[in-house]
Design a protein around this ligand. Structure first.
Ligand code: MN
Length: 298
């Protein structure tokens, strides 16, 4: 597909996301939506020789709709049908501009292997919009959102024709960066979090310290090497990326389990619960940094 058609398709995706052309115009700072309506009609007719969407308009559209730079020039898959909670777009709630002092972050990490775009709201309600192209990973990320009550919007276009490796690892890295950014100076937070979560025969324990130092202890003996089509080794890569870039200490122990899907699911649920506890504000901390060193970011 040529650049003009990609932009054209994405323009109509934005119209759909915004609700209609007038709403899109407003979101992008136009007082008068007429010019955008004209453009929309021209694009619909797909007139030969029309100049399509200019670079300056592309920028405006991306900015107005909270998309990363260059979004309009990339081919986007349809929304993943996988995550059960993927129905509501979260653009309104998790944009960094959404609320003063909100603990939110938007991080894009684009390489030749993957393009990852993440928005996160630590003080959310556990909503998730997940489009990673890896169904089992969507299922696990959904557990994090649900059980941490953190809103997560994660989109990735990865080199899945090779395998899931880069996609899973790079989402871990980018999620770590987003967490670190959203946590800011960590004043007044609990810092530590832990959880035990069972699922039938499986039981896992996750302990977190938002210490500012990366460290992962990962004790899981998976009973199978793959879950469906998903290589379980990649889960360790995910947590490595996340730990290194969020600068947290993370201890993961699967204490029992026969079913590999259950093993993984208890780990991600426990991670969500533990993360919720660690990022929560501690009222008695009264805005102080929970460290005698006076900093958790240096
Ligand atoms: Mn499951």
């Amino acid at each position: 597909m040529d650049k003009k058609s990609v932009r054209r398709d994405n323009f109509f995706k934005l119209v759909e996301e915004a609700g209609n052309v007038s709403k899109l115009a407003r979101a992008c700072g136009y007082n008068n939506p007429a010019s955008l309506h004209q453009l929309s009609n021209r694009l619909k007719k797909n007139e030969e020789g029309s100049r399509g969407i200019t670079n300056s308009l592309a920028l405006k559209l991306e900015r107005g709709m909270g998309k990363p730079k260059g979004w309009l020039d990339r081919v986007h898959r349809e929304k993943a049908p996988v995550a059960e909670t993927a129905a509501e777009p979260m653009v309104q709630t998790v944009l960094p501009a959404a609320a003063e002092g909100a603990r939110v972050a938007a991080v894009s990490r684009h390489t030749s292997e993957t393009q990852v775009d993440i928005r996160i709201n630590l003080d959310g309600s556990g909503r998730a919009l997940l489009d990673t192209g890896v169904p089992f990973l969507n299922h696990m990320l959904d557990q994090i959102a649900r059980h941490s009550l953190i809103d997560l919007e994660i989109r990735c276009q990865g080199d899945l024709h090779i395998d899931d490796h880069h996609t899973v690892e790079d989402i871990g890295i980018t999620l770590g960066q987003a967490l670190k950014q959203a946590l800011g100076d960590k004043r007044g937070i609990c810092r530590y979090g832990h959880a035990y979560v069972p699922l039938d025969e499986a039981l896992s324990r996750v302990v977190i310290d938002l210490s500012g130092r990366p460290g992962l202890v990962y004790n899981i003996e998976y009973t199978r090497a793959v879950i469906g089509r998903f290589d379980v080794d990649l889960l360790e890569e995910f947590f490595h990326g996340l730990v290194n870039h969020s600068m947290m200490t993370l201890h993961i122990d699967n204490l029992s389990g026969k079913n590999a899907h259950h093993q993984a699911e208890t780990v991600f649920k426990a991670f969500g619960r533990a993360l919720r506890m660690a990022v929560e504000y501690d009222a008695r901390m009264a805005g102080q940094t929970p460290s005698t060193k006076g900093t958790l970011t240096a």
